[in-house]
Design a binder for this molecule. Structure first.
Ligand code: NAD
Length: 542
């Protein structure tokens, strides 16, 4: 097996001819200040608000100066959202759905601006940004189609057929508070808000400071699609202050971020006895079985490990290779990894973009350094690339990773994957499950039924067979979310909409009451009821 210790990796800079070592393309990525000013108007912030700078990972320079919403601003956002909520909930679902159907088209029409902004805020490659546009459009289309039926009152079986009429009715919670992370500026700002709004809630959204401009552009598009003002209120600022204030006032909480912060959010929601949906971290495995199509698996593994520079909650960070094909797979995989191009272009040229921040680069470098000091071996990558951009890191493949190394069990959230060899499907399943996380997993085999059997034995909210993450994530008709410490609740699927509702049972008793009729001894009535129960079971009663 070839060992490439970070060598032969000269592809990236060719995509960014302007970038000399230590000389990022300063000034290339500026935004029109008037446009930023227009977008700022969608945020609830007092005129004398403090400000924060959004830094673009493309250059490490300031992209925009944005206001920070104070605690009073958050309260004002909630007042507005609460005031309009009953009227919004009374609008027929069909009319609410039309807004998101129009938004679907606007997202596709205006994708150029969206892609630029997502790339500038996150530093990711343009195709990874495009995946967000696709995701947002899919979620708009899906819930606009299914919401009217899912939210309609449903008849249920009554205790006495014909005498007890039972209906299940869904009500919105009120105002949903959403705190969104930075890694998917469009998807995370919008796709959880869509079902919340369709269900008749209003929303107060706090996008991450590093994703705020994209969220403000989303608010602009929603207004153009016909969303009445105050139905979606956006506040800006850091998580521990603005984010915490948003969650404190919410009637239902939607949080996406790390497991550590998720625990704090869950604790506070528990104390207030409100519902919460938590989408948290992962340490996701991919198993390549002995009969896998190795070319397809290698291509899929590259996307699954390095899309958005690994800053995707569903990213693969553990590669479990059947020993019979491990060498042949690695040959194909490493060739592809080493030909990936890094770049800061606002075009589809680069394969992989930047990490989001210095903190994220420090985390990735720290974990790799720790692993190498303790005996891990680099098969590809393993270096920062300041010549491309300040926070770039090469797509990195490690082997000989041991328990003593931090990255063995800790989420990296960067472009680093560890390779392990296994001797059987059973061993692969055991290793896949040897983690406290349970977000996503991937299995590669030519035998679909075998793949599904292995998948069902893996403890993860989504398992992709012959795909890394996209098949499950993009199939928005099916739920996605975490088992174990990867979360509580689901986005997508029926669950992703219904969680934003409280269900109410309305039972109408007709004719006979449920009490003992006058003049009949209770004992005789109980005996009669016992007979009725036996008959109802025999007749197949529910
Ligand atoms: P983080 O928990 O530090 O921050 C996540 C978000 O929460 C940020 O926007 C932050 O500003 C905010 N926040 C921080 N403290 C808060 C508080 N006390 N109250 C309210 N909000 C607060 O996580 P991170 O490291 O910035 O993000 C990466 C993590 O997010 C990874 O673990 C990743 O797996 C996870 N993630 C999960 C999903 C998913 O769908 N499961 C999606 C994206 C990211």
């Amino acid at each position: 097996m070839a060992t490439h210790v970070g060598e032969g990796f000269d592809g990236p800079a060719r995509h960014n001819p302007a970038a000399e070592p230590g000389q990022p393309t300063a000034g290339t990525f500026a935004l029109d200040p008037h446009w930023v000013e227009q977008l700022r108007r969608h945020a609830i912030c007092s005129p004398r608000a403090k400000t924060m700078d959004t830094i673009t990972p493309m250059t490490g320079r300031v992209l925009a100066r944005l206001p920070v919403s104070s605690a009073e601003d958050v309260e004002q956002a909630y007042r507005g959202a609460r005031a309009i909520q009953p009227a919004w909930a009374q609008l027929p679902v069909r009319l609410r759905a039309q807004i998101f159907s129009r938004l679907h088209d606007l997202l596709l029409d205006r994708q150029g601006e969206l892609l630029d902004l997502i790339q500038l805020e996150s530093g990711k490659a343009r195709y990874a940004a495009f995946e967000e546009v696709v995701d947002a459009a899919l979620v708009c289309r899906h819930y606009a189609r299914v919401a009217p039926k899912l939210l309609a009152p449903q008849r249920r079986a009554g205790v006495f057929p014909g005498l007890t009429r039972v209906e299940q009715v869904r009500h919105p919670h009120g105002v949903v508070g959403i705190v969104a992370p930075w890694n998917y500026p469009l998807s995370m700002a919008l796709t959880d808000a869509i079902p919340a709004l369709l269900a008749g809630n209003t929303v107060v959204l706090r996008p991450d400071p590093q994703a705020s401009l994209t969220a403000l552009l989303v608010a602009d598009l929603l207004a153009r699609a016909g969303l009445p003002s105050r139905v979606l209120q956006i506040v800006l600022g850091p998580g521990p202050t603005t984010g915490a204030a948003v969650l404190e006032h919410a009637d239902y909480v939607m949080f996406t971020g790390s497991t550590a912060t998720g625990r704090l959010v869950a604790r506070d929601a528990g104390a207030r006895l409100i519902g919460a949906s938590l989408e948290l971290g992962g340490k996701n495995p991919m198993y390549v079985a002995a009969d896998a199509d190795l070319d397809r698996a290698a291509e899929g593994a590259v996307r699954a490990c390095f899309s958005s520079a690994g800053q995707l909650c569903m990213s693969i960070e553990r590669l479990l290779l059947h020993e019979d094909i491990a060498d042949a797979f690695l040959e194909r995989f490493l060739t592809r990894v080493q030909s990936l191009g890094l770049g800061t272009n606002l075009t589809f040229e680069a394969d992989m973009g930047s990490l989001i921040s210095q903190a994220q680069l420090d985390r990735v470098e720290g974990q790799v350094r720790d692993a190498l000091e303790r005996g891990a071996v680099v098969l590809a990558g393993g270096r920062a690339r300041p010549d491309v951009g300040p926070w770039f890191y090469e797509p990195t493949v490690l082997t000989d990773v041991q328990e003593s190394m931090t990255l063995c069990r800790t989420e990296t959230f960067g472009p680093v994957v560890a390779v392990y060899r296994v001797g059987s499907d059973a061993e692969a399943i055991a290793r896949a499950n040897d983690t406290e996380y349970g977000l996503n997993a991937s299995v590669w085999t030519r035998d679909g039924a075998r793949g599904r059997r292995i998948a069902a034995a893996i403890r993860a909210g989504t398992v992709n067979v012959n795909e890394g993450y996209g098949a499950a994530y993009a199939s928005v008709d099916a739920p996605m979310g975490g088992m174990g410490v990867s979360g509580i609740g689901r986005r997508h699927g029926d669950e992703g909409l219904l969680k934003y509702t409280q269900v109410q049972t309305i039972a109408t008793q007709r004719g006979l009451g449920l009490g003992v009729p006058e003049g009949i001894p209770t004992e005789r009535f109980a005996a009669g009821m016992t007979g009725v129960l036996r008959v109802m079971k025999a007749l197949g009663g529910r």
